[in-house]
Structure formats: structure tokens, C-alpha cells
Design a protein around this ligand. Structure first.
Ligand code: FES
Length: 114
């Protein structure tokens, strides 16, 4: 395991339940849910064009077409709710999004990106 320190203070979660950061050139969604921290890749598995940044409870909502993911395990909760106007070869989302272990260390988060 390689935990990378991200410059995200845990105090930010007093104001919001989630934040997107970049780790190893990839967007990662950090969420606090029920007192625990979670990290999940932040690119939607539908068309890959949307970065997940809105979390309701433990569900990240894709801003493009409304698919939902469980931030605790990356599993799809619901399919896209809006059909894209552009031709799209993907009707459903199969693979869960990748999740990463998170540690809290002296008020900052560390994420295992391996
Ligand atoms: S890109 Fe996320 S639901 Fe379509």
C-alpha cells in the first residue's frame, strides 16, 4: 500500500460532505459519511465525461445524466436517469468505480492509490 498525503484538511468536512482532489493525475472524490472517510474515482462509468462532485447521503450523483454510485464501495446504485442527446453506446454501467482506503493523520487525509 502506498498512502499519499493529500492537502485536504479534515476541517473542510465541517462545511461540506465531499470534495474532489487530484491524486496521481486522476480525480478522486473524498467523502465523509457517518464519521468515516471514503475515496472513490470521480469519473462516471457511463460515458466517462463527467466528474462526480455531488454527494447525497452516501450516493454520488453524476451531473451529466444522473447515475448514482455508493461512495463506500463504488457500486452503481442507479443507472443514468437522462438519455444523452448525443449518440451513446452505453445504456448501462457495469463495473463499480474503484475505491481507495483512506487514513486520517494529524488532521489531514491520506489515500492508498495502489
Ligand atoms: S456520464 Fe454519468 S450518467 Fe452519463
Amino acid at each position: 500500500m502506498v498512502f499519499r498525503k493529500v492537502s485536504i484538511s479534515t476541517k473542510i468536512f465541517e462545511k461540506t460532505n465531499s470534495v474532489v482532489t487530484w491524486i496521481a493525475h486522476k480525480p478522486v472524490l473524498l467523502t465523509k459519511y457517518n464519521g468515516d472517510y471514503f475515496a472513490m474515482e470521480a469519473v462516471c462509468g457511463h460515458m466517462g465525461c463527467a466528474i462526480l462532485n455531488k454527494v447525497e447521503g452516501k450516493e454520488a450523483v453524476c451531473p451529466a445524466h444522473g447515475a448514482r454510485y455508493d461512495v463506500t464501495n463504488g457500486n452503481k446504485v442507479s443507472e443514468p436517469q437522462i438519455k444523452p442527446e448525443a449518440p451513446c453506446e452505453y445504456d448501462s454501467i457495469g463495473e463499480p468505480l474503484k475505491t481507495f482506503k483512506v487514513l486520517e493523520n494529524n488532521g489531514f487525509l491520506e489515500v492508498d492509490t495502489d
